[in-house]
Design a protein around this ligand. Structure first.
Ligand code: ZN
Length: 240
């Protein structure tokens, strides 16, 4: 099976479409796994949900998804994220809100555990350190884990007594346990503005990290047109 793993699409339709096109041109995919935050920040929440729903998919919830349904409050969001969350909620249909609200925070798919943040706190925790990765891996019952939320691609391998961070490069599905973050489709924060995602091939036993350029100016123009905060559109060009 070939899996396109997307995280933190954040209502960025141009980035999402570019990633799916790249996946099709890179051997295709049987299913899309969405690691949460399909909405929030960007200008096309409904269109991104509909694009995902039109494909074979597995989806879990992120903090922005729950916030857009009122399932969690926005008190813990920074002011611009909270403003975007309120705008997002107003754009969604009732059906889209019901779908988001019903998403699980954690899901196991075969050899993989999917969570937005980490297994320490599936919705909120940022998996950024080896210490946190080790704590996560201790809770992970499958050999491999996939998380989003930090918008920074990379992988933590389990070692004898901890976890070790590695760059986002091809990762074999072998006997070394890991938790990987494909990076963010719609709002990368590692200094590279290109959309990030991963492709998994369970037969070739490999996870590959991909970066895809997309027309950032179109997304920014849409954000400007609907009055989303200036900083949120500027950061797309910077990958921050
Ligand atoms: Zn996010």
């Amino acid at each position: 099976m070939r899996i396109a793993v997307v995280a933190d699409v954040h209502s960025n339709l141009e980035a999402f479409e570019a990633v799916l096109q790249d996946a099709r041109e890179s051997g295709g995919f049987d299913v899309v796994w969405s690691l949460g935050d399909i909405v929030g920040y960007g200008p096309d929440p409904g269109a991104c949900i509909q694009l995902l729903l039109g494909l074979p998919h597995v989806a879990i919830a992120g903090n922005h998804d729950y916030a857009a349904t009122g399932a969690i409050g926005t008190e813990d969001f920074n002011p611009l994220a909270a403003e975007a969350a309120r705008w997002t909620a107003a754009q969604l249909t009732l059906e889209e809100q019901v779908w988001l609200a019903a998403l699980s925070a954690v899901q196991i798919e075969g050899e993989f555990t999917l969570a937005h943040g980490s297994l320490i706190d599936p919705v909120w925790d940022y998996l950024m350190s080896s210490e946190a990765a080790y704590e996560h891996l201790m809770r992970q019952t499958t050999p491999y884990g996939l998380v989003g939320h930090s918008h920074v691609p990379g992988v933590f391998f389990q070692t004898r007594s901890g976890a070790e961070a590695a760059d986002p490069i091809d990762t074999p599905l072998d006997d070394q346990r890991f938790v990987a973050n494909p990076g963010s489709v719609g709002q990368p924060r590692d200094g590279d503005p290109r959309a990030a995602y991963s492709l998994i091939d369970t037969e070739a036993r490999r996870l590959v990290f991909r970066r895809v350029p997309y027309d950032i100016a179109i997304t920014q123009a849409k954000m400007r047109a609907v009055g989303l905060p200036q900083y949120l559109l500027e950061r797309l060009s910077l990958g921050r």
